[in-house]
Every structure is written in structure tokens, then in C-alpha cells.
Design a protein. Structure first.
Length: 276
């Protein structure tokens, strides 16, 4: 997939860089049986109180039900379409199984319409096939990884991401995640071979503020321009720096460790993620 740059015919077009749908997206309407209505919260909770600020408006979306579990083992499936999904950065692929069942999966890079996919321990370690980590060759690039057997894909799901199966140790597989973290995952957990598609998503630029509004993101106020009553960084004469960056609640926002020191999953983490 490629990206399009626009000529600066208007201020909104000047910095606009968007993905190309032609040749990559093969259907414009989703499978009706796999879509459900999705209500926008506008940042309000079940009592109607505003709990998440700067959300609201935007285009209506329908949720596409994605098969993250890939538990239809041994049944071959044909890729019917590759579609846009407004709920995620990756593209999705519609699979039609030999027994007539249809499901959506996250479309890996290089997947084409007409390809046959398989899941389960007998599947070959080829792009788009889902199999347990115990059956995937060491060094393979993978995505959509389970954290617990049968839970469904949990890690490496957004556009262009991938993890690598580094080695195996007893009942565990050692995986290098997109964040740079290296951790143990039970070898019974499933993962899909390949990298997530739409890797050019990181190159896209909306070009104008209005596009954020279409996505349901409202204007965001900086703490440093508020009054002291509203934010720890507010107030001061003139343009004050605000001191150390911190949240509205007063927690430092750059490098404060919030992970519980005795968290049980610490024993599975071999190397923590790299600092950006």
C-alpha cells in the first residue's frame, strides 16, 4: 500500500498525506451479519457525567466483529475481501470458511484476495495462518498474539506492528514485542504469522484540524494556559513554563513509574521496553 500527497490547492490540502484505497481495498460495504451498531459516548459514563474530556462528535461508525480467537481449527478459509475498518488503524479481511461461516480477521501484510488460510496446530507457518507458538519456527515474525490460551489476540494488533519469536524455554515461548519488551508467553497461546498490514499508516497526516473532529476528537486545552484552580501547571504572570510536566491530578507525566513493584507478571518479563 502507498500514500498520496496533495498539491497545496487549499490550506487543508497542503500537509495532507493519506493512504491509497485503490488496489488495496476490494469492498466498500461491510458484511452485514458481522456489523453491529456502536453508540458514541461523548466521554460520558452511565450516569451522564463527563469522565473523558475532549471526546465527542465525529462520524457515525459501525463495529465490525473481528475473530481474534481463530479457533476454527483445521477448516480452510478463503479470503473474500480486504476492507477498511473505521475502528482500527489496520485493514481487515473477510474470510469464508469451507463450511459457510464468515469471519473478519486483521489483514496481515501481503495477504491477497483468493488466498487460503488455516488455523490450528496442523497449519503451515505461512502469512495469515494462526497456530500455537509451540508450532511456529523460532525467528518467525508474528502478530495478533494471545496472552492466555483461548483468550484471543491481545498483542501486536495495530497497523504495521509485529513481534518476533526469539526462543522457547520449557512451556513458554520468548517473544520480543513491538515496544521492545521481551517476555515469556505460554507456548499453547496462538499467534498469526506475518506483520499487520497498512504499515504506511504512520506516514499519514490529516492536514487540518477538521479531520480530528471527524474522528471524534475535540480541541484539547493545555494545562499551562489554565488557572491554578484547574491545573497544577496553570497560573503565573505572563507565559510561565508551568514547572515539571504533570497531569491534572498532579502526577508527573514524564517517566513516573506507575507499575506495581510486586506485580505477578513481573516474573514473565525478561527485559523491559526501551525508553523512547
Amino acid at each position: 500500500m502507498a500514500v498520496r500527497k496533495f498539491k497545496p490547492t487549499t490550506p487543508g490540502q497542503r500537509h495532507k498525506v493519506i493512504g491509497v484505497f485503490k488496489g488495496t481495498i476490494t469492498a466498500t460495504t461491510p458484511e452485514k451479519s458481522l456489523t453491529v451498531g456502536k453508540r458514541a459516548s461523548g466521554g460520558r459514563n452511565n450516569e451522564g457525567h463527563l469522565t473523558a474530556r475532549y471526546l465527542g462528535g465525529g462520524h457515525k461508525r459501525k463495529y465490525r466483529i473481528i475473530d481474534f480467537k481463530r479457533n476454527r481449527d483445521g477448516i480452510p478459509a478463503t479470503v473474500k475481501t480486504i476492507e477498511y475498518d473505521p475502528n482500527r488503524s489496520a485493514r481487515i479481511a473477510l474470510l469464508c470458511y469451507a463450511d459457510g461461516v464468515k469471519t473478519y480477521i486483521i489483514a496481515p501484510n501481503g495477504l491477497e484476495v483468493g488466498a487460503t488460510l488455516l488455523s490450528g496446530p496442523e497449519a503451515a507457518p505461512e502469512v495469515g495462518n494462526a497456530l500455537p507458538l509451540s508450532k511456529i519456527p523460532v525467528g518467525t515474525v508474528i502478530h495478533c498474539i494471545e496472552l492466555r490460551p483461548g483468550q484471543g489476540a491481545f498483542m501486536a494488533r495495530s497497523a504495521g506492528t509485529f513481534a518476533q519469536l526469539v526462543s522457547r524455554e520449557g512451556n513458554y515461548a520468548i517473544i520480543k514485542l513491538p515496544s521492545g519488551e521481551t517476555r515469556k508467553v505460554l507456548a499453547e497461546c496462538k499467534a498469526t504469522v506475518g506483520t499487520v498490514g497498512n504499515s504506511e499508516h504512520s506516514l499519514e497526516s490529516s492536514g487540518k484540524a477538521g479531520r480530528s473532529r471527524w474522528l471524534g476528537r475535540r480541541p484539547h486545552n493545555r494545562g499551562v494556559v489554565m488557572n491554578p484552580v484547574d491545573h497544577p501547571m496553570g497560573g503565573g504572570e505572563g507565559r510561565a513554563s508551568g514547572g515539571h510536566p504533570r497531569s491534572r491530578k498532579g502526577l508527573y507525566s514524564k517517566g513516573l513509574k506507575t507499575r506495581a513493584p510486586k506485580k505477578l507478571s513481573n516474573k514473565y518479563i525478561i527485559e523491559r521496553r526501551k525508553k523512547k
